[in-house]
Design a protein around this ligand. Structure first.
Ligand SMILES: Cc1cc2nc3c(=O)[nH]c(=O)nc-3n(C[C@H](O)[C@H](O)[C@H](O)COP(=O)(O)OP(=O)(O)OC[C@H]3O[C@@H](n4cnc5c(N)ncnc54)[C@H](O)[C@@H]3O)c2cc1C
Ligand code: SF4
Ligand code: SF4
Length: 421
């Protein structure tokens, strides 16, 4: 059996990033949606695979050696391991009000990518939009102009094999930006060590914060609770229409369904992919520039106009950020380290993950396999261990459909409005 299959997929450590499909020289790997787990997993054609092991070497699933990658990228471990290496932190938003309203938080990703295109800094940007054929699933592509960037705005709360589109970057000369979750960025940093073309061609890595990825099963549970067959979905948007934004679904039955983030989001978190539950990187520590929602209590009062937290980690990113500010594309206010930390880690992912790793090993949950994390984590307490027990208890029950309908019934706060097709 291929080493990737044995060490990652079979041990429930695949996070579905899609990098292995993009880099396989034999084209022996295809990402396919696993209906049971609700995540995309690599299917490896043993007849085509020549066991070169490149897929294993770039895979972020089983080994997360952030100590080495930090040394390679910035010459040592970060000053503050909870934020990662950085030059400056800001709260910021796009100055184009329409764009800001339609994006997830402050519209910073879309505004900066559009600015990079307009000023000829890049020839393409790897982004994740929604599939035309299956509008409930995400789909990644290389945007070649501003319109294609704007079409991909908004967070897609499902695990996306975004890095499949790296194949086009390997095949076509050019200067690229990439937008991805921390796991996508981690995989790209590993791949850049093996593929000089990826290092040379990718000029900017934009990382999104991620407390946890969502499986397609989470979405199916939500749709099941709403009695909306997936086949009837004409369009689905998770965020946008102001901040913090609403889920908006149009169906072929002539219905528009709206739900607030705080109502639908917890339902989708009931069936998180297993590897996500053991992911220690919240703020895309290996990106050039990281973006998240500004979930500070004082900002939550200002629903409507979103702001992003932006962490500038490299000189290249700082140049783009400063030029966009100077040219009136974005507005920003600097945050000191204390404010930044308050915004980045309110949930302290690094402590939660320590507790979950200990829990999974102790009771051999999902076979007891855990990723090898070489990075500073926080010590956990007994209360964290109990939280881990509760977390996996709920995931276990929901996988078996025991609590989902109960949970859904108690949380039905959705608006359903007829619309003219
Ligand atoms: C799965 C997921 C989980 C997140 N969790 C958190 C969190 O816990 N805390 C927090 O503060 N922020 C989180 N974010 C980030 C947040 O939702 C916003 O994406 C971020 O603040 C940038 O906002 P924006 O308005 O600048 O983005 P926009 O201008 O709207 O652009 C969003 C960009 O994200 C890309 N994208 C969308 N979905 C995906 C995806 N699934 N995979 C890869 N790329 C994608 C698109 O290509 C688009 O370019 C999460 C995002 C995602 C996708
Ligand atoms: S490279 Fe990504 S998709 Fe492939 S096995 Fe590893 S984690 Fe899974
Ligand atoms: S929790 Fe980690 S592994 Fe899961 S989608 Fe987010 S960044 Fe990727």
């Amino acid at each position: 059996m291929n080493i990737l299959n044995r060490n990652v997929v079979q041990r429930n450590l695949c996070l579905g990033c899609g990098t292995c499909q993009a880099i396989c020289p034999q084209k022996a790997i295809t990402m396919e949606l696993d209906d049971c787990q609700g995540v995309f997993l690599p299917k490896i054609d043993d007849n085509s695979c020549n066991n070169c092991d490149l897929c294993w070497e770039i895979c972020p699933g089983a080994i997360a050696d952030y100590d080495t990658l930090n040394s390679v990228l910035w010459g040592g471990v970060p000053g503050n391991y909870r934020i990662g290496h950085y030059l400056a932190g800001y709260k910021a938003h796009a100055l184009n009000d329409v764009l800001r309203y339609n994006c997830s938080s402050g519209g910073m990703v879309t505004a900066l990518l559009s600015y990079a295109f307009a000023n000829n800094h890049i020839d393409g940007a790897l982004v994740t939009g929604m599939s035309k054929e299956k509008p409930w699933l995400s789909e990644s592509y290389i945007a070649r102009n501003i319109d294609e960037v704007v079409n991909a705005s908004g967070s897609k709360y499902c695990l996306s094999p975004t890095n499949i589109a790296l194949r086009e970057i390997l095949d076509k000369e050019g200067r690229y930006a990439v937008v991805g979750l921390p796991c996508h960025i981690h995989a790209i940093r590993k791949a850049q060590l093996k593929f000089p073309k990826l290092k040379k061609r990718i000029k900017l890595l934009f990382g999104l914060f991620c407390a946890s990825g969502r499986s397609v099963n989470g979405l199916k549970t939500l749709m099941g609770g709403l009695n909306i067959p997936l086949e009837s979905v004409m369009s689905l948007k998770y965020r946008g229409n102001g901040w913090p934004g609403k889920l908006e679904i149009f169906t072929s039955d002539g219905e528009k369904v709206l739900a607030d983030l705080e109502n639908y989001y917890p339902v989708m978190c009931l069936q998180n992919p297993h590897r996500c539950s053991l992911c220690h990187d919240k703020s895309a520590e290996l990106a050039d520039l990281s973006f998240g929602d500004l979930w500070l209590p004082e900002e939550r009062k200002n629903a409507g106009a979103g702001k992003s937290i932006c962490i500038v980690r490299t000189e290249e990113a700082a140049r783009l950020f400063d030029a966009a500010t100077r040219d009136g594309i974005v507005s920003q206010t600097a945050l000191d380290e204390k404010e930044l930390l308050r915004a980045v880690q309110p949930d302290n992912k690094k402590r939660l993950i320590s507790a979950r790793m200990a829990f999974c090993r102790a009771i051999r949950y999902k076979g007891g396999a855990t990723p090898e994390i070489k990075a500073t984590l926080d010590d956990y307490t007994l209360s964290d261990f109990i939280k881990a027990l509760k977390y996996y208890g709920v995931q276990f029950l929901c996988e078996r459909r025991l609590t989902r309908s109960l949970y859904l019934r108690s949380r039905k706060k959705y608006r359903r409005i007829p619309f003219e097709k």
